[in-house]
Design a protein. Sequence first.
Lengths: 305, 261
Amino acid sequence: MAALDVRDLRKTYGDQTVVAGLSFAVEPGTCFGLLGPNGAGKTTTLRLCLGLTGPDSGSIELNGCAIPADGQQARARVGVVPQFDNLDPDFTCAENLLVFGRYFGLKDADIKGRIPQLLDFAGLASKADARIATLSGGMKRRLTLARALVNDPDIVFLDEPTTGLDPQARHLIWDRLKQLKAAGKTLILTTHFMDEAERLCDTLIVIDHGRKITEGSPRELIAEHIEPQVIEVFDELRGQLAPFVEAHRSLAERVETSGETAFFYCRAPQPLLAKLAEVDGLRYVHRASNLEDVFIKLTGRELRD
Amino acid sequence: MTVPLPAHRPNLLGFLPVWQRNFLVWRKLALPSILGNLADPLIYMLGLGYGLGAMLPSIDGQPYVAFLAAGTVCASTMNAATFEALYSAFSRMHVQKTWDAILNTPLGLADVVAGELFWAATKSLFSGAAILIVITGMGLTNGPLALWALPAIVLTGLAFAALGLIWNALAPSYDFFMYYFTLFITPMTLISGVFFPTDQLPGWLAAVGQWLPLAQGVALIRPLLAGQVPADALIHIMALLATTAVAFAIALRLTRRRLLK
């Protein structure tokens, strides 16, 4: 049985189709990524999966419960880390966990027994009595994660869990998410950060305009959609880039230009690197291609505001 | 056609953790909150009651200050429930997103809105009871029947909490609440017999006034404080309960449309 099974899900608001026939399944104990540009339908999909809004059509099964019909029952075994922190600012860290545990019908004594362990997991053991206003952004995120675990859920939904965090804080969150997966929990994650998805996700789907564009593991998607090497060439003096691209386009399988940068996607980079060594005024970076290249190839370079 | 969300599984105590959350916040600030709720109405009551009252004849055998004291209990009850259901509930719903956090748990929107309803009524009880204690200490109530004002305060608070939650569900911002006060609360206070007997009003206006929920509360609470059993008590109780039930149903429906679309 899949932890989450979504079939032909559709949702429209007025004449705007937000989710347009989405199907996917999440295996228990894995980390599943839901990727897509702003407005692709990620948050609406999560809300539908949690039974917080009704679909126009399609079926959802979460932890063996039909959604939205048995949403309450399903949510008892689910934790949610929302996109924007909604911790209770009037409470301390420990009180936030206590009050949240009560929403699950847990007894005060049981919750209080779990609080030290939850705070420890979040690296907040010394902050039990600290007020929320005194916490850094990273601490708040970690407390939100601890709060999502108060009911010892089987499945944890994470909506952009590291947006706005500094690198240290992001790495700590990633470490904790790996621990949760190792403990057998299913993670369902949305993110804009492709490095995050590449590190954490066993399987991911990319959606745009409410439709699934592709599905697979990060490695599979990179192998399937994109050349293994990228050389990014930057124009330092202006005016050099366009002639260079024209002259050497054939040395790469694919070339994309965006502003003052050209992206050469290729299998054999040596000839192009040799040419670049001969030119002054062009700076370049040579790297392995990654999930971000796949994402941009599939969803385009234009801004989504 | 959108599949409607299922009716919430009936859980009579589902509101309780929501109420407890608000109570825990209040407990941290209880003393300033009670003093703040007391000071303003008491200043008005003492100023108008003794200052203006000195020039006025007694009303139904009561000195004006005792008449006004009963009205002040009712108006404070209304105001406490209304403020809680508007500004405080809106902060939790719209600004802090506390309701969104709760909706990710097994609790449903009916639990959240019911928790807010009972909490706002609780705040109105604190407020009404505090004034009741002060005016009893001043000798402005008459006999143990005044204790029956406490359940009447709760009924009045419930009705105004439910009405306030309707407006909360519709509010785009805090500014919107000013209309509720200028268009509804303030005129109602003036024609429900808080400051002066309604027989001073033009007949048609007094007739409108007696249907308003504040007038129902006044009709129950003032006689109780004077040591009398209210006339038509059952009608007033039923009117307040009906207002609560209908307004709560509307508020829940509107909030559902706002948050679970």
